[in-house]
Design a protein around this ligand. Sequence first.
Ligand code: OAD
Length: 234
Amino acid sequence: MKKVVFLTGAGMSVESGLSTFRGSGGMWNEYKIEDVASIEGYERNPALVLEFYNKRRQELLTVAPNEGHRLIAELEKHNEVVVVTQNVDDLHERAGSTNVIHLHGELMKATSTDSPNNLSYVRTLNQENLEIKIGDKADDGSQLRPYIVWFGEAVPMMEDAVLALRDADAFVIIGTSLNVYPAAGLLNYAPAGIPIYLIDPNDVQPYLPARIKVIKSGASEGMKSLFALLSGEH
Ligand code: OAD
């Protein structure tokens, strides 16, 4: 069974109704990245940061996986599939993907401010219990915070992502500008000789390695055109 590893970014969820971060209409035009997505921003104004992620969580409840998410999940019938995602939404899981590595954390989870990567303090939020407020405590007694990897923090899941890619037969990148490291650096761990596809409807970075086959379309269209090839169904 062939192994396919995906790396997805904000563009994966655009057709579900979520915004990208960069470019026109991107989230970082409306909010300052250093205010809401950095550890310094959280230390400066935790209430603002909690509110930002409370809003993102509300928004997530109003959207659903798109055809691209569904096709990636369906590929599990034919292939071993690992989805490495920079997205903090749960749309891959809701579409049915069973092996998802979240490099930048998960919106529907909360953790301890003092030990954010101690999994015993990570708890899952739900529709009835959606917001994190100042004064909410993790089990270690420190302020509860979003389970999000902010700029300035370590990316502990990177090691699992690198391991997953090591024996892949194909690598598919969807909807990421490849601007943020270490996630973008995953490209360097693709085994020599395996096909690498990049699905994005917009112009991609000009200095990408020549071996990458660019499919200039949205996530759903791109996945439709790749599905037969990846699954071995012709
Ligand atoms: P970006 O906003 O940087 O890039 C989104 C990419 O999606 C762009 O290349 C778009 O052209 C592409 N895109 C737009 N519509 C699409 C569609 N329908 N189908 C496929 N692709 C489409 O988002 P990321 O690369 O994911 O981190 O950003 C990486 C990280 O930066 C995020 O995880 C977030 C952010 O700051 C944190 O907040 C820690």
